[in-house]
Ligand binder design. Structure first.
Ligand SMILES: *[C@@H]1O[C@H](CO)[C@@H](O)[C@H](O)[C@H]1NC(C)=O
Ligand SMILES: *[C@@H]1O[C@H](CO)[C@@H](O)[C@H](O)[C@H]1NC(C)=O
Length: 148
């Protein structure tokens, strides 16, 4: 009798564990047409506000804004990691006059003659413990004549 009671407890414990267990890690999945998907644009802006314009990533005088997502991938890794390759450029918002966290699509536009660059931005989300982590890594600068 004790052993069957124990079994019930063990089964209940496993059932609970399975429900809360994060999804298994998976291969990155390519996202089609991320520029037309507001959820992905919001994540890219999150990375722009939260990481890209830190002094370590962008030490120029102007805040960068995204111009175009060149590629996007999503991967299950203890939550979901989104990896974006993004063409960015200098905005008309100057550092020192505005915090990076205040940048929005509406208040900061690409400035005339903006220097451009490609950055890899990642957004790692674990919704169940309210966790978001951004990274920004410069891939290369972009020539003024280069088109995308
Ligand atoms: C999640 O984190 C954000 C930013 O730290 C905070 O503003 C918000 O209140 C948190 N939400 C919950 C449900 O904990
Ligand atoms: C940037 O992202 C692209 C696409 O995911 C990848 O092929 C490339 O190796 C990354 N470059 C750097 C410097 O992280």
């Amino acid at each position: 009798m004790y052993s069957s009671l124990l079994l019930v407890f063990v089964c209940a414990a496993f059932a609970t564990m399975n429900e809360t267990k994060p999804p298994m890690p998976g291969a990155p999945i390519d996202i089609k047409d991320p520029n037309n998907d507001q959820e992905h644009m919001n994540r890219v802006w999150g990375a722009v506000n939260g990481e890209l314009n830190n002094q370590a990533s962008n030490n120029g005088p102007y805040h960068f804004v995204p111009i175009k997502i060149l590629s996007a991938k999503s991967q299950v890794v203890a939550g979901m990691k989104h990896i974006y390759e993004v063409l960015v450029g200098e905005s008309n918002c100057k550092k020192g006059e505005m915090q990076a966290t205040e940048l929005t699509q509406a208040n900061c536009k690409l400035r005339d003659g903006a220097n451009r660059a490609i950055y890899n931005l990642s957004v790692w989300e674990r919704p169940w413990d309210n966790f978001t982590q951004y990274t920004a890594e410069k891939v290369r600068t972009v020539d003024a004549k280069e088109t995308f």
